[in-house]
Design a protein around this ligand. Structure first.
Ligand SMILES: NC(=O)c1ccc[n+]([C@@H]2O[C@H](COP(=O)([O-])OP(=O)(O)OC[C@H]3O[C@@H](n4cnc5c(N)ncnc54)[C@H](O)[C@@H]3O)[C@@H](O)[C@H]2O)c1
Length: 331
């Protein structure tokens, strides 16, 4: 950071788990001031604001958008409110970090992407896994994988959890599967072209699709498999699992992507590395750099759109029982 870097004033909209997580990260950074905490539940906003003396709580996002001191806005509300809040941010000319999924379907995310393109404003999506040190390490070890496997298998989601509601959070496959789709895209280094998937509502009383298995073909002919569900975290592996198979050998990332094992091709030994869950802090640092105009976004709205397209097409394939093209959906 240069001595001339001015203080960046931040507003957080949505003061639940993610609002708290991001403000904890921002509070560790130099020349970043938390100015507003906004939540429709004012008590939530107030409980975060009282931790930062320079900040104020509000229940109205308008207060945030109308304040010329605000340099950037975090949108960390429940997913069904993202579309309106993102569009309001673009109108108010505020850069955003929006939590994943950007909206509940790819058409909404495309609308947000176009609004930010038109306004020529920086924006980032909260794809924290792109910012894990060990994910970067895996990508460097197997740089052009033939096959990638990503698994997001959670413990059963409570039926009354808002994210399990089709209209509010889209359910587990959309809400968490999007992380998996984005990891496939990131690790393949290529654009998804088609998908065949099997998935349905197996057990959730909400009727939402709770398990999905999908095979993607990428433009560089890499294959990506995605398994998402909530029938229980696999013992010994954890909720998030990634495997890369390629010319250089095999990489396995397990235990929430904090443990890496690499078996170089043709060698006896297996190399191990232990990492940490450093995605949130690295993501926040990248966003502040982006707001300062120093770096290109690593996790743009285009990435948000592509990953959502991958999930939308997989859900369509599960219904049609046909291979679905992503290229045609892209136009
Ligand atoms: N990146 C990740 O790993 C990760 C993990 C969990 C959740 N998320 C995403 O983060 C977002 C928030 O999830 P959470 O777990 O923090 O939810 P949460 O329920 O803990 O918090 C959401 C807050 O938003 C508030 N809110 C809802 N609508 C609002 C509006 N229109 N204006 C202002 N405030 C509003 C609610 O009152 C609530 O306090 C979701 O999009 C979710 O998918 C991301």
């Amino acid at each position: 950071m240069s001595k001339n870097d001015k203080t960046i004033n931040i507003a957080i909209i949505g003061c639940g788990d993610m609002g708290r997580m991001h403000s904890d990260c921002l509070a560790q950074m130099e020349s970043v001031r938390l100015l507003w905490f906004c939540d429709t539940d004012l008590a939530q906003a107030a409980s975060l604001a009282q931790r930062y003396p320079e900040s104020r709580p509000t229940a109205s996002a308008e207060d945030v958008f109308a304040d010329p001191r605000v340099h950037a806005v975090y949108i960390a509300t429940q997913t069904d409110s993202h579309l309106q809040l993102c569009l309001a941010a673009a109108r108010a000319r505020k850069p955003i970090l929006v939590e994943k999924p950007v909206t509940l379907c790819s058409t909404g995310t495309l609308e947000v992407m176009r609004a930010f393109q038109q306004a020529q404003l920086p924006a980032m999506v909260g794809f924290k896994f792109r910012f894990y040190s060990l994910v970067h390490c895996a990508r460097a070890l197997v740089s052009a994988p033939y096959s990638i496997h990503v698994q997001v298998m959670d413990d059963p989601w409570p039926p009354d959890f808002w994210a399990n509601d089709i209209a509010k959070g889209g359910g587990n496959v959309i809400s968490q599967g999007i992380h998996g789709a984005d990891l496939l895209r990131f690790l393949s280094g290529s654009e998804p072209r088609s998908v065949f998937a099997v998935g349905k509502n197996y057990h959730q009383p909400t009727g939402v699709i709770d398990h999905l298995s999908a095979v993607y073909r990428f433009a560089n002919d890499a294959a990506g498999t995605l398994i998402v569900g909530d029938s229980g975290q696999p013992p010994g592996l954890g909720k998030f699992l990634v495997q890369l198979f390629g010319r250089e050998g095999v990489v396995v990332l397990s235990d929430r992507l904090t443990r890496l094992a690499f078996h170089p091709v043709g060698r006896e030994e297996v190399q191990y590395r232990q990492g940490e869950e450093d995605g949130f802090i690295n993501e926040n640092r990248a966003f502040i750099q982006l707001v300062r105009g120093y770096a290109a976004p690593d996790s743009s709205l285009y990435e948000g759109f592509l990953s959502q397209l991958m999930i939308d097409a997989a859900l369509a394939s599960a219904q049609s029982r046909q291979v679905e093209s992503l290229a045609s959906r892209h136009e």
